[in-house]
Write a protein that binds this ligand. Structure first.
Ligand code: HXC
Ligand code: NAP
Length: 267
């Protein structure tokens, strides 16, 4: 998509080294932005930065775990030193797996909440002083689980619901700075780690597609195009919104994960 220009803007993508978030990073790179991707794996961020540079962008890959506020702070400081105030902040680091609540350990629940929800809080709060004021666009990557109760997803549902509420609260608090805060809630997106985990077999994938009113998986571009729109002037009056990019699938409520569940002892 070339009709949006983010020429020389600073775009920082937490969890940007693969999948949907890397797709978003690439869309901004194609639109002329300087792009920073941050995630745990040094190899993955280096590879992602190389792919962004191949698209003509100036790019930086930084290794940090969103559960570690000091590491996040150091990465943000490095990004700010290189590219200045952040115009677009995307917070999308996440972890997930299918597990019934009765078999989920306290640490299993805590791990997903720590990455998705607490990690997003660290990213947003620590980035706040570096966000362009006025003008910054903040995008949290949520999921239908934030709105639709979904069996075997108590950890992801709790975390993503928290993220959506954080989106709304920060839209209220940061509106006076001219910062807009929104969530994108992708539906099933093809060829991603999320779908490999939540629909691990051909049958499960077919079931997932059959519940989408548009009868297809989404692409990472589908999500990236919404991120471009939300960060553009065209969306300058949009804040505090939770926007599904899901082919209408959330209208059907939470997907039934039970048939896709494989107990770890059997895996
Ligand atoms: C039950 C599990 C589990 C599983 C891990 N745990 N996998 N419990 N079922 N399949 C438990 C462990 O037993 C442990 O608890 C605790 O979780 C922490 O596990 P670790 O492996 O030590 O954690 P860590 O190394 O930090 O890895 C985090 C992770 C991992 C989430 C478990 O899978 C990861 O790094 N994921 C990132 C990639 C990812 O998930 N991408 C997909 C995002 S998609 P105990 O009690 O044993 O100590 C997504 C989709 C949303 O979010 C919606 C789509 C529609
Ligand atoms: P993915 O490729 O696994 O993306 C997750 C990203 O987060 C990776 O770059 C990962 O890199 C990073 N990450 C994970 N834990 C981290 C941590 N503790 N600190 C820093 N970075 C961390 O999965 P995806 O399916 O594309 O999902 C991307 C986003 O979309 C997630 O927020 C997910 O909830 C959301 N989503 C996905 C779908 C779908 O259909 N796939 C649907 C709805 C919502 P490292 O391993 O290097 O850390």
């Amino acid at each position: 998509m070339s009709s949006f220009s983010f020429r020389h803007q600073h775009v920082f993508v937490a969890g940007g080294s693969s999948g949907i978030n890397l797709g978003i990073a690439k869309a901004f790179a194609r639109a002329g932005a300087h792009v920073v991707v941050m995630s745990r794996s040094a190899d993955k961020v280096a590879q992602a930065a190389a792919e962004l540079e191949a698209l003509g962008a100036q790019a930086l890959g930084l290794s940090a775990d969103v559960r570690d506020p000091d590491a996040v702070q150091a990465a943000l400081a490095q990004a700010h030193a290189r590219f200045g105030p952040i115009d677009v902040l995307v917070s999308g680091a996440a972890g997930n797996f299918i597990a019934p609540a009765k078999d989920l350990s306290p640490n299993g629940f805590k791990t997903v909440v720590d990455i998705d929800l607490n990690g997003s809080f660290h990213v947003l709060r620590l980035a706040y002083p570096m966000l362009r004021k006025p003008g910054a666009s903040v995008i949290n990557i949520s999921a239908p689980q934030g709105v639709n109760p979904t069996m075997y997803q108590v950890h992801a549902c709790a975390a993503k619901a928290g993220i959506d509420m954080m989106t709304k609260v920060l839209a209220l608090e940061w509106g006076e700075d001219g910062i807009r805060v929104n969530s994108i809630s992708p539906g099933p997106i093809g060829d991603t780690e999320g779908m490999r985990r939540l629909a691990p077999t051909a049958d499960a994938l077919e079931r997932a597609v059959s519940t989408v009113p548009l009868l297809r998986m989404g692409s990472t571009d589908d999500v990236a195009h919404m991120a471009l729109f939300l960060s553009s002037e065209l969306a300058s009056y949009v804040t505090g919104a939770i926007i599904p990019v899901d082919g209408g699938s959330a209208l059907r409520g939470g997907r039934d994960m039970r048939a896709s569940y494989v107990p770890r002892s059997a895996a």
